[in-house]
Design a protein around this ligand. Structure first.
Ligand code: GDP
Ligand code: MG
Length: 178
């Protein structure tokens, strides 16, 4: 039964949440294809990609990644999108305080309506734009700590910390007993 989870091979649903334009699709594209396309157009509707990573103990995690444009505009549809997700990656743009505020909205929404054991990661993206930074890293660190989340700053453009983001999530997943 390939495709199912077993003790060594997990399959998990991961959703991306956050304001439009923060770089969610670019993070996914960088992780799955190793590419960054600054001219890429927004995907309409849902896009679905999967990527498997191997951990040090030779177990694997297959991420089924849900990246939609709709959740940004139609908040009422969001529960359909994150239902059953084991992992939520909540993204903001370090040059946009508004996007950081929106990220906090998504954290609260998931705390209220998400699966109680969902793993949440807070991601400050566009870390390559240091000279335009408006959200101090310390603000992300503190907010994540208070809310029991993993925090990382990434750049989909330079690939900085993109693999680390997914590796850290994989390490935090509860493992099935062998
Ligand atoms: P989404 O709406 O959250 O999916 O955002 P996109 O992935 O479509 O990216 C929005 C814009 O931000 C695009 O113009 C990207 O080229 C740009 N972008 C995404 N990630 C980065 C990054 O890490 N650094 C920089 N400088 N630009 C980025
Ligand atoms: Mg997108």
């Amino acid at each position: 039964n390939e495709g199912a989870s077993d003790a060594k091979n997990l399959k998990v649903k991961l959703v991306l949440l956050g304001d439009s334009g923060v770089g969610k699709s670019c993070i996914v594209l960088r992780f799955v294809r190793g590419q960054f396309d600054p001219t890429s157009k927004v995907t309409v509707g849902a896009s679905f990609l999967s990527q498997t990573i191997a951990l040090q103990d030779s177990s694997t995690v297959k991420f089924e990644i849900w990246d939609t444009a709709g959740q940004e505009r139609y908040a009422a549809l969001a529960p359909l999108y994150y239902r059953g997700a084991a992992v939520a990656v909540i993204v903001y743009d370090i040059t946009s305080p508004e996007s950081f505020t929106k990220a906090q909205y998504w954290v609260k929404e998931l705390q209220k309506h998400g699966s109680p054991d969902i793993i949440m990661a807070l991601v400050g993206n566009k870390a390559d734009l240091q000279e335009r930074r408006e959200v101090p890293a310390q603000d992300g660190i503190e907010y994540a700590e208070k809310n029991g989340m993993f925090f990382i700053e990434t750049s989909a453009k330079t690939a900085d910390n993109i693999n680390q983001l997914f590796e850290e999530i994989a390490k935090r997943l509860p493992r099935l007993l062998p």
